[in-house]
Design a protein around this ligand. Structure first.
Ligand code: PPS
Length: 325
């Protein structure tokens, strides 16, 4: 089914107070700034960049490109209880999204507008996102939390080279994770974590159920769709078809344009995953086991949420929720 042309509203408080996902504001003669229909809210290192590349090849989808970081960097809570507050937030968001490249009516017409910021999952306030775009659909890409944590730490070491990720993953983990008393599940050392806020965030991001619950308090579950990187790796075509169904898009001929790169991964055009990286040190088996034990209660809770709210877009292969402990 073709999307109707977007509603083009005046960039005024009255109009913006009525705006919703997919609506556009007229800024100058032919320039528009639009609110997205879809937001990919996370998570980091779960393939959101790759998914955006694939979706960007769909003729009916217009990705913003890059990462937007609007909701995770808002300094003050917008006054969403009031129409003026809602209007101001919507105008600000649309302008911020398209600040480098304004849209024309022809570009936006018939397109599903898409933005992705994986930091939203744990850093944005769902109430504020829903205040800006009440009927938006949210895509969530997950990855086994231990693999995600290791990948995020490696990216910090390789690309960002920040102070907080200088030590080995094993050493960093040993500083903050403890097996105390007669507990079988390791817990986080609060005092150590206070000194390591970045590593704390990296670890807590994998407590997916904790964050997902916050979103489900304000977003109707039918508007949330979850896909896993492990499923994407196994069969990107099935994942894309499931995402297209969720977004109401017709199936695009991805098989005709995808190629396999030297790492054996299906890609569209250039992919970061095609860059050959030097071998990286692996965390020890005991660190992996400790992390898996740490995440296992959260994976159990996540499994319940996914089932109870029917959030999984892909069922074959099943979401990788196996509990090792
Ligand atoms: N085509 C394809 N197929 C399967 N898997 C792929 C593909 N492209 C990227 N990847 C994997 O995605 C991981 C990076 O995820 P993100 O794009 O979300 O990373 S980022 O947060 O934007 O940096 C990254 O994980 P790591 O290798 O652990 O870094 C990639 O292996």
């Amino acid at each position: 089914m073709a999307l109707p042309p977007p509603r083009v509203l005046l960039a005024s408080t009255d109009a913006a107070a009525r705006a919703d996902a997919g609506d556009c504001f007229r800024l100058r003669a032919h320039e528009l700034a639009c609110l997205p229909h879809v937001i990919n809210i996370g998570v980091q290192k779960a393939g959101t960049g790759e998914l955006q590349t694939w979706l960007g090849a769909h003729p009916r989808l217009l990705p913003h490109g890059g990462e937007v970081h609007f909701f995770d960097t808002l300094r003050r809570e917008p006054p969403c209880g009031r129409p003026r507050g809602r209007a101001a937030l919507r105008l600000r968001y649309a302008r911020f999204l398209w600040r480098r490249r304004r849209l024309t009516a022809a570009e936006a017409s018939g397109k599903l507008l898409y933005e992705k910021t994986p930091a939203y999952f744990d850093q944005a306030r769902p109430e504020v996102v829903m205040c800006a775009v009440p009927s938006a659909r949210l895509l969530l890409m997950l990855r086994m939390p231990t693999a995600r944590a290791v990948s995020a730490y490696r990216m910090c070491q390789r690309e960002l080279q920040l102070k907080w990720c200088r030590s080995s993953f094993d050493a960093a983990l040993a500083r903050v994770l403890t097996l105390s008393g007669n507990r079988s599940v390791p817990s986080l050392r609060k005092a150590a974590l206070r000194r390591e806020p970045h590593f704390r965030r990296l670890l807590m991001m994998g407590q997916y159920a904790l964050h997902l619950r916050r979103w489900l308090r304000v977003v109707p579950p039918r508007r949330v769709g979850v896909v896993w990187l492990e499923q994407f790796k196994y069969d990107p075509f099935a994942c894309l078809a499931a995402v297209e169904d969720f977004l109401g898009l017709e199936h695009h001929a991805y098989r005709e344009m995808a190629t396999k790169n030297s790492a054996g991964l299906w890609v569209i055009g250039k992919s970061k995953s095609s860059v050959i990286r030097p071998p990286e040190s692996r965390p020890s088996a005991s660190s992996i086991a400790a992390l898996e034990a740490f995440y296992s209660p959260w994976q159990r809770r996540l499994k319940e949420l996914l089932l109870n709210y029917n959030l999984s877009l892909v069922h074959t292969p099943a979401p990788p929720l196996a509990l090792n402990t």
